[in-house]
Design a protein around this ligand. Structure first.
Ligand code: AMP
Length: 408
């Protein structure tokens, strides 16, 4: 078992042999999810996996299309970084695919700024533009770009398509995108972008296929994972979201604070002497569930803990969500349905029940058994606002965009 992060560029060459696949990399702050699909229109999934807890105790798991685990590895130290994890994924990809080549890589990239609204093929110029956006998403953009750079180095002719998390929110009305700041700052791009767009896009696409009436309704989609946000969607279009200029805004998250009184930042600088780097570290990596509990950023760990601090962190997580649901309902003029997705949203029935209880005033009433099953509709038949669990699949969305970009 390897414990050291490889220092050389990931070797993609053996992937370039005879038949075709699309590879998707979805690099988050502490994980890289990946998936391999057959090329061709809606080519089926071949393998899906992830390296979790990068920097802590990394763990890699890969399943085939039937969900059977085909590879699993653990690292006993935190020395595996994102670049090392990418190399491990590519190495495993070669073993799993054998002679089949990867025709293109699709990547989730958090920020496309105002320049990129649609998926784009990455060349040196695009890469330079995306690198300039790193300060807007310091916890994500560097991790998103590192695998692209490594693959470009090892296989420069392999197309790589960047798919943007903020793009879905470009439909928001002007007022939903503006801060109450002087106009020159707004014009310079200091505005609300919103994130988790690939996830919302997938949910909306799935609902259009499976529940077209619901897809046209006024929905609040709750993407509750290590990163967390809410999006108000009407007729499949984003109207408002809790994340703004950066992915630290809005809800409390695993390690991110979410929205703060801006005065807190002034206090930290003026009274505590924190500089920008220290504040970034505090807000992105030491706050949220981790900061409030002092125990863990992971909901499963907090749910198992008997410490009152763990319970308080979970309660604050829920409270912030309930308040923001009220805000988005107001922005949309009402709400017809709430959709839960991502790690916590899909799996944690207790969190869903607590949120629904806080939204009783809106007309949300869960069915206990359905909520425990956590599959499809979870609201009671007489609930005025319906509630649903819809698993997200950002990788599939990225694969679709990558195929479309290749075709065009
Ligand atoms: P994501 O970023 O979407 O992978 O979600 C990660 C979050 O989902 C972590 O806080 C996990 O603890 C949480 N999670 C995953 N599975 C469960 C589960 N069965 N119960 C509660 N939380 C879960």
């Amino acid at each position: 078992m390897s414990t050291a992060a490889p220092t050389s560029s990931p070797d993609t060459s053996p992937l370039m042999s005879t038949q075709g696949c699309i590879a998707v990399l979805n690099a988050g702050s502490s994980s890289i999810k990946f998936a391999l699909y057959e090329a061709g229109t809606d080519g089926p999934l071949l393998f899906r996996g992830q390296v979790e807890q990068i920097g802590l105790l990394p763990h890699l798991k890969v399943a085939n299309a039937a969900g059977e685990i085909v590879a699993e590895r653990n690292w006993t130290t935190g020395s595996l970084d994102h670049r090392g994890a990418t190399a491990e994924i590519l190495k495993l990809g070669r073993e799993l695919l054998g002679a089949r080549p990867v025709l293109a890589f699709g990547h989730r990239v958090v920020h496309g700024g105002t320049e990129f609204a649609a998926p784009v093929k990455v060349d040196a110029q695009v890469m330079a533009a995306l690198s300039r956006l790193v300060p807007l998403a310091p916890l994500h953009q560097p991790h998103n770009l590192a695998p692209i750079a490594a693959i470009a180095e090892a296989a420069p002719h392999l197309p790589q398509i960047a798919c943007f998390d903020a793009a879905f929110h470009r439909t928001q009305p002007v007022l939903a995108q503006e801060f109450a700041l002087p106009r020159d700052l707004t014009a310079a791009g200091v505005r609300r972008y919103g994130f988790h767009g690939l996830s919302y896009d997938f949910i909306v696409t799935r609902l259009r296929e499976t529940a077209p009436m619901l897809a046209r309704a006024r929905l609040i989609i709750a993407h509750l994972g290590n990163g967390a946000s809410l999006c108000a969607v009407r007729d499949g279009r984003s109207l408002a979201s809790t994340m703004g200029f950066t992915a630290v805004d809005g809800l409390m998250m695993g390690t991110r604070s979410g929205a703060l009184d801006p005065g807190v930042l002034l206090y930290l600088m003026q009274e505590r002497g924190l500089d920008a780097a220290a504040i970034e570290d505090l807000l992105y990596r030491k706050s949220g569930l981790l900061g409030v509990s002092g125990i863990s950023s992971d909901m499963r760990t907090l749910r198992k803990s008997t410490a009152p601090e763990a319970a308080e962190a979970v309660a604050l997580f829920v409270y912030r969500i309930v308040r923001e649901i009220g805000s988005l309902a107001a922005a949309m003029g009402g709400v017809d349905g709430i959709v839960f997705t991502a790690g916590i949203g899909e799996n944690d029935a207790a969190t869903r029940a607590d949120i629904a209880a806080g939204c009783g005033w809106l007309g949300v009433l869960l069915d206990e058994d359905r909520n425990r099953d956590g599959n499809g509709r979870i609201s009671a038949d007489n609930s005025r606002v319906s509630a649903w669990v819809v698993p997200t699949d950002e990788e599939q969305m990225i694969a679709r965009y990558t195929r479309a970009a290749l075709a065009s």
